[in-house]
Design a protein around this ligand. Structure first.
Ligand SMILES: CC(C)(COP(=O)(O)OP(=O)(O)OC[C@H]1O[C@@H](n2cnc3c(N)ncnc32)[C@H](O)[C@@H]1OP(=O)(O)O)[C@@H](O)C(=O)NCCC(=O)NCCS
Length: 165
């Protein structure tokens, strides 16, 4: 498997959004009320991805033989905001590679961050647990979006470098 990980080139934001949309529709939307699906479509856009570097965030993308198949995005230094792999490529370790790379990037580049947080979709809880996250509260529903709050300590050896600018 020739998997290449890189930071999102803003010109590729539409391709990354195509990954998000396909995976969201197949795996996450069935658990949401229509209001939540509409809100997700309204908020999660190519412009949102392009805004992340200005919000203490970044997006990593995974390409398999040149085709974009997955992405992981953080904001506010510590919050996993989007994490999607195309359904046909799930369960092959691509999410693990993306996530580990994102953790390393936070450890290298963001000071003062001791843990990562995520609002997990119901379907992804066991995957986040495999990635070291624990549930921190009961499931919530905000504007039709169902999520389970989770966090993962970064552990020693992190946060040794400079802030994002
Ligand atoms: C979440 C997602 C990005 C993970 O990507 P992926 O490529 O499928 O993940 P991987 O195959 O690398 O698996 C990651 C870890 O979860 C484990 N895992 C995978 N599927 C699992 C399942 N159904 N139950 C429990 N653990 C699972 C894997 O064993 C792996 O752990 P390991 O590295 O210790 O073996 C992907 O499944 C996805 O797009 N899901 C739908 C969208 C979604 O819900 N995203 C989260 C939004 S908050």
């Amino acid at each position: 498997m020739d998997l290449e990980l890189s930071e999102l080139n803003p010109a590729e934001a539409d391709a990354a959004m195509a990954v998000v949309k396909e995976s969201f529709e197949a795996c996450v939307a069935p658990d949401y009320a229509q209001q939540g699906r509409d809100l997700f479509a309204q908020v999660v856009t190519a412009d949102y991805l392009r805004s992340l570097p200005h919000r203490q965030g970044f997006t990593l993308v995974a390409k398999l033989d040149g085709r974009m198949v997955g992405m992981c995005a953080l904001r506010d230094g510590h919050h996993v905001t989007l994490f999607f792999v195309l359904p046909e490529f799930q369960g092959r370790g691509i999410g693990r590679r993306l996530f580990d790379s994102a953790v390393e990037r936070v450890r290298r580049n963001v000071s003062g961050v001791t843990k990562l947080e995520v609002h997990s979709s119901p379907v992804a809880v066991s995957i986040y647990q495999a990635l070291g996250f624990s549930i921190t509260g009961p499931e919530k529903v905000d504007d039709g979006i169902r999520y389970i709050p989770m966090e993962r300590l970064l552990g020693p050896g992190s946060n040794t470098s400079m802030d994002y600018r």
